[in-house]
Write a protein that binds this ligand. Structure first.
Ligand code: ZN
Length: 237
């Protein structure tokens, strides 16, 4: 029986080494990792070509990445190469699908859905809403978790989290305030990314956009001042 080779790197697959079955071949664990594919995902969804492409793309991305803006260790973005980093992972602007801020697992802000999918979805892109909505809290004035769920597409993972609060924290505390500030700044960066990708996509009419914010004003979700700023911004376009 001939020794099997990894279809991507062509190294020998030893008897004891882990072999990963993909749709049209068998590859080594190292290649799966280099492609950024989690072992928890379904390797059969990939073929030899797509694995090779992923490995290549990730190599180029890691080399290129030079952050121009960042918020602590939470997120950094490279506006020139249109890349962003969360955790140890680098993604392209196109990978960003949407994001939401969760406090004690309740959504307090949604963003990134943008103009491409207006309709029933709200909050096209206003960072000002943070803190404006408070869901029902089990414990008054206490927050246990605050995190940003970032949904991704066309990459090895569907979602990554940015954690700001992970333990019982008083809402009046400095820790909570600075967490909110960090979250807000992260959202601003994510908005930058999604605005960029939305601008290259389709656009809805300015009037439609203004009406959307008028509804938010009517529902007292945003203030008159915030509405006026947004309206001015939109009319300038
Ligand atoms: Zn390999």
């Amino acid at each position: 029986m001939a020794k099997k080779l990894c279809a991507v790197c062509e190294r020998k697959l030893g008897i004891l080494s882990r072999k990963i079955q993909i749709s049209d071949a068998v590859i080594c664990m190292n290649c799966l990792n280099s492609a950024g594919i989690s072992t928890l995902s379904n390797p059969m969804a990939y073929n030899q070509q797509s694995i090779a492409n992923l490995i290549n793309t990730r190599k180029i991305i890691v080399q290129k990445f030079k952050p121009t803006k960042f918020v602590g260790n939470y997120i950094s973005i490279d506006e020139n190469n249109k890349l962003f980093e969360i955790g140890q992972d680098i993604f392209t602007y196109e990978n960003l699908l949407s994001f939401e801020l969760l406090e004690d697992n309740q959504t307090v802000f949604k963003g990134g859905l943008g103009r491409a999918i207006a309709g029933g979805l709200f909050f096209g892109g206003i960072g000002a809403i943070i803190g404006g909505i408070t869901g029902k809290r089990r414990e008054k004035n206490i927050c246990h978790t605050m995190r940003l769920r970032v949904s991704l597409k066309n990459t090895y993972t569907d979602v990554v989290y940015i954690n700001f609060i992970t333990t019982r924290t008083k809402i009046r505390s400095f820790v909570y305030k600075s967490a909110t500030k960090n979250a807000q700044q992260c959202i601003t960066l994510l908005e930058t990314i999604s605005n960029y990708t939305n601008c290259t996509g389709q656009t809805t009419s300015v009037a439609d956009e203004i009406m959307k914010f008028k509804r938010l004003l009517d529902q007292k979700i945003i203030t008159q001042e915030e509405f006026d700023i947004k309206k001015q911004e939109l009319l300038k376009l």
